[in-house]
Ligand binder design. Structure first.
Ligand code: GLU
Ligand code: MG
Length: 442
């Protein structure tokens, strides 16, 4: 199953970019050791290539050089001719020529956030990504959500997928035929945050690859059509100390949420409107983030609530003691597959750190339909409606001193330029046309 590569076979070194795409350069297999240190040449303006063709206005133009260096711990090398799967890629990091991290390397942004969390707070993050997507190769039918009949109609696709993911070293947790016709959900077991984001990138590509091998497509677009169901990417997360001990649960605190986890989540909720354009980065993302879609419309902390931006996940009753502590965790639901997993996780960690720094108190949990509460009640609970369009989310990022401090001014300016260009591409299109474009792009 693991391939025997010819020395001339190409390995693509890729970086997950602002468009949520993997872009990079390929090298012959024979160059792998040399390129481990030298890397490959890369161009700053590439980060402005939108998912739709046009390149956003770049301050760098044709100038500048960067180094894209492979991290071989992420190497995916799988050839299964009978499934039509042939993948050979490795995720890289982007550096300046003085060997410092390039500010627009999203994996680098996440690595820096994790280093700061470790140094400043003595904490690490464990995460697991839960992906929803649409598979085109089956006869979808409303009403068959979660059904055995829907699973059967997916044919060999789910088993091929779990097999190929396992070959790549990912550990599948659950698979479901989701609620929407043709919609699927695949969850991978938790990992350290950086590896969890690598897993998310690898999962998306391998899902597309397996679907393609069956003559079909898999789309992680947030909405396939404005009247349909959303594809979320929910990020499960928990905090550990530097010895790996979980620090999320404290029996003495409301809902068992420890003071440090509570501060972290309070920071996440406070800055969510500022960074939402990084976790829900497409025009179509905002068709999904509306009430009663089981996504998230407010920056609330919910107890087992599938419309909360952050929810406390249930722990199965068989767990006790250390096992319970280990399994007690939270889920961020206001993200989708148009986002780079690295940037999404970096945003959660940076905002969480701001809550730790200020020792914010744990937010009160909600267990109600927030659309039934009046503005005063919401304000009293420090809950706001999340931005309702990409443009308004981008304006909040632009106005956020926290974001400039957390990600750097150059990064924020570049991100705004890219995403404003993307928004302009969609300006004259109907919601149906916009969803169709995103369905193809992701
Ligand atoms: N499809 C929903 C979303 O857009 C999530 C459904 C669920 O798994 O709870 O996030
Ligand atoms: Mg789901």
């Amino acid at each position: 199953m693991i391939s025997e590569r010819k020395e001339t076979d190409l390995t693509m070194v890729v970086s997950s970019d602002m468009a949520g795409q993997l872009r990079g350069k390929a090298m012959p297999h024979s160059a792998r050791s040399e390129r481990a240190t030298t890397g490959l040449g890369w161009t700053p303006t590439n980060t402005f290539i939108t998912s739709f063709g046009p390149i956003a206005e770049s301050p760098w133009g044709a100038l500048g050089d960067l180094i894209l260096r492979p991290d071989y711990t992420t190497h995916v090398d799988i050839q299964v001719p009978e499934y039509g799967v042939d993948e050979n890629f490795v995720i890289g990091n982007i550096f300046n020529f003085d060997q410092t991290r390039w500010t627009c390397c999203l994996r680098g942004q996440l690595m820096q956030a994790l280093e700061d969390l470790r140094e400043q707070h003595g904490l690490v993050v464990t995460a697991a990504f839960e992906h929803e997507f649409h598979y085109s190769g089956c006869e979808g039918q409303p009403g068959l959500g979660y059904s055995l009949r829907a699973l059967r109609r997916l044919g060999e696709f789910p088993n091929r997928l779990t097999e190929i993911l396992a070959v790549a070293g990912l550990v599948p947790d659950t698979f479901m035929p989701e609620y929407g016709p043709g919609q699927c959900e695949m969850t991978i077991k938790p990992n350290g945050a950086l590896r969890a984001a690598d897993d998310a990138v690898i999962l998306r590509e391998l899902t597309r690859s397996v679907a393609r091998g069956m003559g079909a497509n898999a789309s992680f677009a947030p909405m396939m059509d404005p009247a349909g169901v959303g594809n979320g990417v929910h990020i499960h997360f928990s905090l550990q100390d530097l010895d790996g001990n979980p620090v999320n649960f404290d029996d003495a605190q409301p809902q068992g949420v420890s003071k440090s986890a509570g501060s972290f989540i309070a920071g996440m909720l406070r800055h969510m409107p500022d960074y939402l354009c990084m976790t829900a980065p497409s025009v179509a993302s905002y068709y999904r983030l509306t009430p009663h879609r089981w996504s998230a419309a407010f920056n609330n902390f919910g107890l087992q609530d599938r419309e909360a931006a952050v929810r406390i996940c249930p722990v199965f009753p068989d767990a006790d003691g250390a096992d319970y502590q280990r399994k007690f965790h939270f889920e961020f639901r206001a993200g989708d597959g148009a986002a780079s997993p690295y940037l999404a996780l970096a945003a959660l960690i940076r905002s969480g750190m701001s809550g730790l720094e200020e020792e914010l108190t744990t937010p009160q949990v909600t267990a109600a339909d927030l659309t039934t509460l009046d503005g005063d009640t919401l304000a009293e609970k420090q809950i706001v409606r999340l931005p309702q369009s990409l443009d308004s989310a981008l304006d909040l990022l632009a106005a956020s001193p926290w974001a400039k401090d957390a990600f750097g001014e150059t990064f924020v300016e570049a991100y705004l330029a890219h995403k404003r260009c993307e928004s302009a591409i969609m300006a004259d299109l109907s919601p149906e046309e916009i969803c169709a474009k995103y369905a193809r792009a992701y």
